[in-house]
Design a protein around this ligand. Structure first.
Ligand SMILES: Cc1cc2nc3c(=O)[nH]c(=O)nc-3n(C[C@H](O)[C@H](O)[C@H](O)COP(=O)(O)O)c2cc1C
Length: 339
C-alpha cells in the first residue's frame, strides 16, 4: 500500500521543485547559466528572457585592455557544431563596469564576470578591478589564451600555469571559477592544481581546437588562418560530459559547472548526472536567444515528472548509484552517426 502511494506521488510529481543550487561559493536560483562569449555582455538577452530567473549571466571574457580580436570571417559551420575565431575581441573591463554591469544589476541578475590575460599580472589586475565593483558574484577565469611569458603556450594546457593564474586572481577576494580545456591529456592533474591553488569552482569545457578549409578558394575558412578556431555545439557534448564525469569522479567535493553542446533540458540532466552542479548554455543561445530559459523550464519539468524535489539531488547521481547493469548491444546506423 505504502509503495503504491509513493508510486502515485511520483507520477503526480512534486508540486514544487527547489531549483536553487550552490556551486563554487555562489548560491544560484537555477543551475542554468549563460556561457561566456555567446550572448555578448549579457544584457543583450534581456529582450527575450527574464535574466533574473537564470542561475547567472556569465559575461563575455574581458581583459584590462581593449582588444581587437581576429580578422573576419570569425565563424563558420561544421558538422553538428560551429567554429569561431572571435579571438576575445572586447572593449575592456573598465568600459564593461561603467556601461554594462549596472544594466545587469538593475535587472537583479546574478552576474559572473569572465576575465582573460596574457600574463599573470594582467589576470591579477583584472581580478582586482572587478572586486572593487558592486554586483559581481564570481569571476570565471578563461585560461584558454596564450601565456606570453611562456612562449605563448596556452595557460589551460599547463597545470602550474593554471594554478598560478588562480592564485593571482584570488587577490580580488571574489569566488574564483576556472574554465578548463579538454584539449589536453592532463585535465585531471590541471583540475587538481587549480583546486589546490584555491579555485572555488571548475568550469568544463571551453571550445575544442578546430579548423575549417574553403576548398574552392584553397584557403582557411576563418580569418585567423593557421590558428584555426574553437569548436562548439552539439558535437562536443560527449567530450564535455566525459570531462565533467572524470573530474567529478576524482574530486567529489569540487563545485563543477558543465558546458558544451547543451540545448535541451535532458542534456542538462545528463550533464548533472555526470557530476555537474550547474550548467551553461553557449552555442544554443546563438541559435535561439531563449535557449537558456527553455533549458531551465525543461529541466524543471523533468524533475516534476521524475519525482525530484531538489534539482541538486541529480548532481553526480551516476557516480553514487550501482551502475553494474548488463547492456543490450544495438547496432548503430550510418544515419545515426550523421554521415
Ligand atoms: C562565438 C563564441 C564566443 C565565445 N567566447 C568565449 C569567451 O569570451 N570566453 C570563454 O570563456 N568562452 C567563450 N566561448 C566558449 C563557450 O563559453 C563554451 O565554453 C563553448 O562554446 C562550449 O559550449 P557550447 O557548446 O554550449 O557553445 C565562446 C564560444 C563561442 C561559440
Amino acid at each position: 500500500m505504502a509503495g503504491k502511494l509513493i508510486q502515485l506521488a511520483r507520477l503526480a510529481g512534486p508540486s514544487h521543485v527547489d531549483m536553487s543550487v550552490s556551486v563554487g561559493g555562489v548560491q544560484l536560483k537555477s543551475p542554468v547559466m549563460t556561457a561566456s562569449g555567446t550572448s555578448g555582455y549579457g544584457v543583450e538577452l534581456a529582450g527575450y528572457i527574464d535574466l533574473e530567473k537564470l542561475g547567472a549571466v556569465v559575461a563575455k571574457s574581458m581583459a584590462v585592455f581593449d582588444w581587437p580580436g581576429n580578422p573576419a570571417p570569425r565563424v563558420c559551420s561544421a558538422p553538428a557544431s560551429m567554429i569561431n575565431s572571435v579571438g576575445l575581441q572586447g572593449k575592456g573591463i573598465s568600459w564593461w563596469l561603467s556601461n554594462q554591469l549596472p544594466k545587469l544589476v538593475e535587472r537583479r541578475c546574478t552576474v559572473v564576470a569572465s576575465i582573460w590575460g596574457r600574463t599573470l599580472g594582467e589576470f591579477e589586475q583584472a581580478a582586482r578591478l572587478l572586486a572593487s565593483a558592486y554586483g559581481i558574484s564570481a569571476i570565471e577565469l578563461n585560461v584558454s589564451c596564450p601565456n606570453i611569458e611562456d612562449r605563448n603556450h596556452m595557460f589551460a594546457h599547463s597545470a602550474t600555469a593554471t594554478a598560478d593564474v588562480v592564485r593571482a586572481s584570488l587577490s580580488g577576494g571574489l569566488p574564483i571559477w576556472v574554465k578548463l580545456s579538454a584539449n589536453t591529456p592532463d585535465l585531471i592533474d590541471i583540475a587538481g592544481h587549480a583546486i589546490d591553488a584555491g579555485a572555488d569552482g571548475i568550469v568544463l569545457i571551453n571550445t575544442l581546437l578546430g579548423m575549417a578549409i574553403d576548398i574552392d578558394k584553397r584557403r582557411y575558412a576563418l580569418g585567423s588562418g593557421p590558428m584555426g578556431g574553437g569548436v562548439s555545439g552539439p558535437a562536443i557534448r560527449p567530450v564535455a560530459l566525459r570531462a565533467v564525469h572524470d573530474v567529478r569522479k576524482t574530486f567529489p567535493e569540487v563545485g563543477l559547472i558543465g558546458v558544451g553542446g547543451i540545448s535541451r533540458g535532458k542534456h542538462a540532466v545528463e550533464m548533472m548526472m555526470a557530476g555537474a552542479s550547474a550548467i551553461q548554455i553557449g552555442t544554443a543561445t546563438i541559435l535561439d536567444p531563449r535557449a537558456p530559459m527553455r533549458v531551465h523550464k525543461e529541466l524543471l519539468s523533468w524533475c516534476k515528472m521524475h519525482g525530484v524535489a531538489r534539482v541538486g539531488d541529480i548532481s553526480g547521481c551516476l557516480l553514487k548509484e550501482d551502475n553494474s547493469t548488463e547492456y543490450d548491444s544495438e547496432p548503430i546506423s550510418a544515419e545515426e552517426i550523421g554521415q
